[in-house]
Ligand binder design. Structure first.
Ligand SMILES: Cc1ncc(COP(=O)(O)O)c(C=O)c1O
Length: 487
């Protein structure tokens, strides 16, 4: 490669010595790949010691320091105290495990430092290709639009804003919701994620305009109760406008009857949104895909590649059936964003016309790499395997008299508890002790007023042995607590 002229180190942030930067970069890459390759030899999670936490209190650096020293600090202070979701024993919340192709793509994305708000460049074409793949995967028409966002919380908010503009007209963007006499009401189930209520709040419609519909025995929205609520609201003069179904509820992984919801939405003329944060990508697993029938009829769909897509954080996504409506809910002319038919300002519409972000990173690249390297079949197999492991965990719980299942196991989430007179306290303590043991990291939730240890199996690295080691660890921790209660 031709030698580049030396940089002025007083003003440029590029190195004077590219060779040593390159060598340091290779060490950093090796270290992070070693971390992933050897992840099983580490505890899933460990608490941050006080002296390490203290190191993050140092002042803003004023003078330059060697990159090797910063890397050393990362290796000592950050890497050992991460959440642990790369580890196969991580089962808390709904965290994906990431994958090496995504890691490497992140380096490339940072290198070209693309801003995907708009303009005419290949990174935008990468994002458009992923949008096209998702349209095809979920059976949406060619006119549907899609957008990478931080996560499903943001994707759900965007969907609510599009539904709001579709119902009230785009004038709502200028006049606000108060200018309309319509009392918009939305519907979702008691098992829906809290970010749906938050989206109602942020959109100015208000949390109280969200009707919480009870669930059936399978934790799915009760369709009869939903239609009764819609009719009662109409009779009272309210204006039902949106129904949100969930594909994979956060607590137990239930999938609403999406086909029935699509019917209700059609006959009641409601916007039909699906929150498929993790469950939507179950469409890649042939035996699970039939449970998502109806998703192809949604007006909008939110999901995350960073969960079951195994793309490194963050990579949320929203798909909207009517791309024109989506654009109308966000696009705003600005002189400094003028579009052209040629040159760098060509290629309109731009992603910034479909959401609130103008500066946007290249989330699409790590997703594109992940899909191109592994293909949908392999990602689908990992999803199927997670669900098989959930069934295995269920069978181990059923075989242990000290343990009880607290919810049906429908997908990849298992909610269980150690039987005890003081079960809520004991199970909260067991979950913390499991995390601190470094063996496994489940989280907790509450099912019907009872605190459950919740194992959400999302990581493609998780194997039977990881599930197997969770059981004796839970039993030992439960027995310890039983003994100390008896003493
Ligand atoms: C059903 C559901 N909806 C929404 C979310 C929020 O997604 P995110 O954390 O990507 O914003 C989650 C997160 O687990 C979820 O499970």
């Amino acid at each position: 490669m031709a030698k580049t002229p030396p940089v002025d180190s007083r003003t440029s942030l590029d190195p004077e010595d590219w060779e040593s930067l390159r060598a340091q970069g290779h060490r950093m890459l090796d270290d992070i790949l070693d971390y992933i390759e050897g992840i099983r030899n580490r505890p899933v999670w460990q608490p941050i010691p006080d002296e390490v936490r203290e190191r993050f209190r140092s002042e803003l650096p004023r003078t330059p320091g060697p990159l090797a020293d910063v890397h050393g600090e990362f290796m000592r202070l950050v890497l050992p105290y991460a959440t642990g979701n790369v580890h196969p024993g991580f089962m808390g919340w709904v965290h994906g495990g990431g994958n090496p192709a995504g890691v490497l793509a992140e380096i490339l994305a940072a290198g070209i430092n693309a801003n995907l708000g708009g303009r005419d460049h290949a990174p935008i074409e990468v994002e458009r290709q992923v949008v096209h793949w998702m349209r095809t995967l979920f059976g949406f028409p060619e006119t549907a639009s899609g957008l990478f966002v931080t996560g499903t919380s943001m994707a759900n908010l965007i969907a609510v804003l599009v539904a709001r503009a579709a119902t009230l007209g785009t004038g709502v963007r200028r006049k606000g919701v108060r200018a309309s006499a319509k009392r918009l009401t939305a519907y979702t189930s008691a098992a829906a994620h809290g970010c749906i209520a938050q989206a109602m709040d942020l959109s100015g419609l208000g949390v109280e305009a969200l009707r919480i519909i009870p669930t059936d025995d399978h934790h799915r929205i009760d369709i009869g109760a939903l239609t009764a609520a819609i009719r009662a609201d109409r009779a009272e003069g309210a204006a039902p406008f949106l129904v949100v179904g969930t594909a994979g509820t956060v607590d137990i992984g239930a999938i609403d009857d999406l086909a029935a919801l699509a019917e209700v939405a059609e006959s009641e003329k409601l916007w039909f949104h699906v929150d498929g944060a993790f469950g939507a990508l179950a469409i890649l697993a042939p035996e699970l895909a039939p449970r998502l029938v109806g998703i192809e009829r949604a007006d909008s769909l939110a999901f995350d590649f960073h969960k079951w897509g195994q793309v490194p954080y963050d990579a949320g996504f929203v798909l909207v059936r009517d791309g024109r409506m989506h654009r109308n809910a966000f696009a705003a002319p600005a002189a400094y964003l003028r579009r052209e038919t040629r040159g760098l300002a060509a290629g309109s519409s731009w992603p910034c016309d479909f959401g609130p972000d103008l500066s946007r990173g290249f989330r699409a690249l790590k997703t594109w790499f992940t899909f191109k390297m592994h293909g949908t079949e392999r990602i689908g197999r990992a999803i199927s395997h997670n669900c098989e492991l959930a069934q295995y965990l269920k069978s181990r719980i059923e075989a242990a008299p000290e343990l009880e299942l607290l919810a049906p196991v429908q997908l990849n989430i298992v909610c269980f508890g150690y039987r005890s007179a003081d079960a809520n306290r004991v199970n909260a303590e067991i979950a913390i002790a499991l995390q601190e043991s470094g063996i496994a990291a489940p989280s907790t939730t509450t099912i019907g007023g009872r605190l459950a240890i919740r194992a959400a199996i999302v990581n493609h690295r998780t194997e039977k042995r990881d599930i197997a080691s969770l059981i004796p660890a839970t039993l030992a921790l439960g027995a310890e607590r039983r003994k100390s209660a008896a003493a």
